[in-house]
Write a protein that binds this ligand. Structure first.
Ligand code: NAD
Length: 409
């Protein structure tokens, strides 16, 4: 099953509980617009670099399209479609006045120099600037992109459309960004983890965690959980994994990663493979890297009792069935990693008002929205006897469907 089909599978599980008609189903799952552009740049070597970029705008019934830009070798139209759809449901679950979009460029950012990445980003925006904008579609960071890339996007967009810092979020704090945006997704993952553990009569302190992926989301999740007393006993990145059953020293790990840009070689833990990390005995497993990580076999081998999906789409539908039948609690991506888009929304609001909020206010408001959405999802799941994922989709589909009805055709 490809990524978009998997997302629609989850959609359908919820749609069946809501008794949606076929026409409404088609309206809600079909992306509004899909764009594929050729992005050609001159490489540092003088050669020509050929790349393909995508932007999928899924639904804007509740507000402008909103979603990240991913630079990764697996980026394609199916992945962008799936992630754009997830954004529609995500923004609805946390009740933001946005729709959903996603995009990216098929490339390996680790093999491109900073100047090459800048040329690539600027050329991509040259091609799609007319379809994005503060009230149209607002990109943000995702895998392989960061605050610097967002700064280039804002600057390039301004060449065509004038000064509009709200055209993109996740910018550097000193360049129209928001306090708390860089940490927002990981901070939110930690809050959601605290909430699900509380429902299981547990606390972060005294609980063990393994985290797959140590980029923006994975590393901030580790720092926040560790700060709250959690024991991080395993982490991984694209190159390898490190475990320490006594708990990894996250501050030391950060120093190591800052120097060597990978986990491999960290002296404070034992080296294991990525698969070993996913199946190690641990209380909570947090995928924070790619999609499609859990297939049926992997789901059978996982030892954790709770999975918090910090990554987008880490669980294939057949793995979801296995987790459910094994009684493993899965907190779905559409809520678990929604902290990022919540603070993106705060950044957008601040940009539109040309005003700045302090970090404490941002974190307080992020927490309020996440806790409220978690409570509603959890209680709906209990009331209807469905999984947390189905409850989350039910809530989101109802809100997006209602917006379509109120707005009219
Ligand atoms: P990132 O590029 O900053 O980091 C990705 C990390 O995953 C890196 O450490 C990389 O080495 C690792 N990785 C890649 N392939 C791996 C593999 N096969 N096994 C183990 N690790 C691997 O990306 P990010 O922004 O942290 O995004 C991670 C996930 O979180 C993605 O699924 C993304 O869609 C999702 N997400 C990100 C945000 C955000 O604000 N950045 C918001 C919501 C969701």
């Amino acid at each position: 099953m490809q990524a978009f089909e998997a997302t629609n599978h989850y959609f359908d599980q919820a749609a069946r509980c809501l008794d949606l008609s076929d026409n409404v189903r088609t309206l809600l799952i079909t992306p509004d617009r899909e764009v594929r552009v050729e992005v050609v740049i001159e490489l540092d070597s003088g050669d020509i670099g050929n790349f393909i970029g995508y932007r999928v705008q899924h639904d804007n019934a509740r507000g402008p399209y909103k979603g990240g830009l991913r630079y990764h070798p697996q980026v394609d139209d199916d992945e962008a479609r799936s992630l754009a759809s997830l954004m529609t449901w995500k923004t609805a679950i946390v009740d933001l006045p946005y729709g959903g979009a996603k995009g990216g460029i098929n490339c390996n950012p680790n093999k491109l120099s900073r100047p090459e990445l800048e040329r690539l980003t600027r050329k991509f925006i040259e091609k799609i600037h007319d379809m994005i904008g503060p009230y149209k579609d607002i990109p943000a960071p995702d895998m392989g992109t960061d605050a610097q890339v967002m700064a280039w996007i804002m600057n390039e967009y301004s060449k065509y459309e004038g000064f509009h810092p709200a055209c993109v979020t996740g910018k550097p704090v000193e360049f129209h960004g928001s306090a708390g945006r860089e940490a927002a997704t990981g901070y939110g993952v930690a809050i959601i983890t605290r909430e699900v553990l509380a429902r299981l009569n547990r606390t972060i302190a005294g609980t063990t965690f393994a985290i797959q992926g140590y980029g923006n989301v994975g590393s901030y999740t580790a720092r926040c959980l560790s700060h709250l007393g959690g024991k991080i006993i395993g982490v991984s990145d694209a190159y390898g994994a490190a475990i320490n059953r006594e708990g990894l020293d996250i501050a030391e790990l950060d120093k190591h990663v800052a120097k060597s840009h990978k986990i491999v070689g960290f002296q404070g833990g034992d080296a294991v493979t990525n698969d070993q990390l996913l199946t190690m005995p641990v209380d909570v497993l947090i995928p924070a890297a790619l999609g499609g990580v859990f297939d049926c076999e992997m789901a059978k081998a996982v030892s954790a009792q709770v999975i918090v999906e910090a990554a987008n789409g880490p669980t294939r539908p057949e793995a979801d069935e296995v987790f459910n039948s094994r009684g493993i609690v899965v907190v779905p991506d559409v809520l678990a990693n929604a902290g990022g888009v919540i603070v993106s929304y705060f950044e957008w609001v601040q940009n539109l008002q040309h005003f700045r909020w302090p970090l404490e206010q941002i974190q307080r408001e992020e927490e309020l929205r996440l806790v409220d959405a978690f409570r509603k999802m959890y209680e709906l799941a209990e009331r209807k006897g469905v999984t947390l994922r189905t409850a989350a989709f039910m809530k989101a589909i109802s809100r997006v469907g209602r917006a379509h009805i109120l707005g009219g055709m």
